[in-house]
Design a protein around this ligand. Structure first.
Ligand code: NDP
Length: 328
């Protein structure tokens, strides 16, 4: 309908799952928003680990597809029954469809408004890792000032944000990271101490007088799961939220009894942003934290969207810190 919206646009498309080279930059039809949806001209898409699982085939996908659910940009068209946003609004979301593209569609109720003071491309760094960090420490395990937390990959996208949120809730936060540079970044985010992966359970036990931590946030998965269980206090909470080292194999529930009546959960963002109200609440708390300065976003790299393959290689190869945004 709008003459400014081209019938076709450029997007990353995966024809066949596989290595990062499966991400090809091509021309496809511009999507149109349905009822309750809006069309957004992309400023930047956020890079997230889940897109590597989808691209490589770890998470089954129907091909061809355009990856991505997180992005920021300007609303350029609205579908039927949209009353809360208008053309021209600056927004960001974790619930877009096919955001590795020059335009994308998102549900109006899943949009966060980007403050005028914030760079629109940089706003793509917040929604997915921000809301994930928020639900993990405010809803999955509500972190309090008396808690001691262990968090893996402390210099990663989720890692840096979740550390800052836990610290602002008053908790003591221990993290892991693989290089000196990453350890330094994790300390700057407020970690009390950063450990190597190989002896983390022993170190954390020492620091807690033999007791163990109250909660572990583990997005590394396969390589860290056992150490995470060993680091917990009796009745502690194991939050497995990802598998950047690979997926955790099937687990015998009886072991939770032997290990001290532990809890294990495997949450997903969608279940914690099921309504527009819940998403808006998380967004408001995150923007408030940015405003107050208790939360800082680290944009580790800006990569042109056309070069998304390079960004995937870096993320899978543990070469990134903080957030990588894919700019249009
Ligand atoms: P990160 O920026 O944290 O990148 C992954 C990091 O994991 C690496 O930088 C690396 O840090 C660490 N890592 C440890 N072992 C490996 C390995 N073998 N290969 C690659 N990386 C490894 O990514 P994200 O912040 O995007 O995501 C973090 C995790 O959170 C992912 O598992 C993701 O799937 C999950 N996630 C889950 C959500 C949910 O709702 N359940 C939502 C969002 C993210 P180092 O070098 O320091 O070890």
């Amino acid at each position: 309908s709008d003459s400014q919206i081209p019938a076709q646009h450029r997007a990353i498309v995966v024809e066949q799952t596989g290595a990062p080279e499966a991400l090809t930059w091509t021309t496809v039809d511009t999507p149109t928003p349905g009822a309750g949806e809006v069309l957004i001209r992309t400023a930047a898409a956020g890079l997230n680990f889940i897109e590597t699982y989808q691209r490589s085939g770890v998470y089954p996908m129907t091909t061809p597809f355009t990856p991505g659910t997180e992005a920021s940009g300007e609303v350029v068209a609205v579908g039927e029954n949209v009353t809360t946003v208008s053309v021209g609004d600056r927004v960001a979301t974790a619930a877009g469809r096919a955001t590795y593209a020059e335009h994308f569609v998102a549900p109006a109720e899943q949009l966060l408004r980007v403050p005028e003071t914030m760079d629109l491309a940089e706003a793509a760094a917040l929604p997915l890792q921000g809301m994930t960090s928020h639900y993990l420490c405010r809803s999955t395990y509500p972190v309090s000032a008396s808690d001691t937390v262990l968090l893996h990959a402390g210099a990663g996208g989720v890692g840096l944000v979740l550390t800052q949120l836990c610290v602002s809730l008053g908790a003591t936060v221990y993290t892991t990271a693989s290089t000196e540079e990453k350890k330094e970044l994790s300390l700057q985010a407020g970690a009390t101490e950063v450990f190597d992966y190989d002896d983390v359970a022993t170190r954390v036990r020492e620091r807690t007088g033999g007791k163990g931590v109250d909660v572990v946030f583990d997005g590394v998965g396969k390589d860290t799961f056992e150490a995470s269980l060993s680091a917990l206090r009796p009745r502690g909470m194991m939050v497995l939220f990802g598998g950047s080292s690979g997926q955790v194999p099937p687990f015998d529930l009886q072991r939770l009894n032997a290990l001290g009546s532990l809890f294990v959960t495997r949450p997903s963002l969608a279940a914690y942003t099921a309504t527009g109200e819940e998403t808006a609440w998380r967004g408001e708390e995150l923007f408030a934290a940015l405003q107050e300065g208790t939360l800082n976003l680290r944009i580790g790299d800006r990569v042109p969207l056309a070069e998304a393959a390079r960004a995937h290689t870096a993320l899978e190869g543990r070469q990134t810190t903080g957030k990588v945004i894919l700019t249009v």
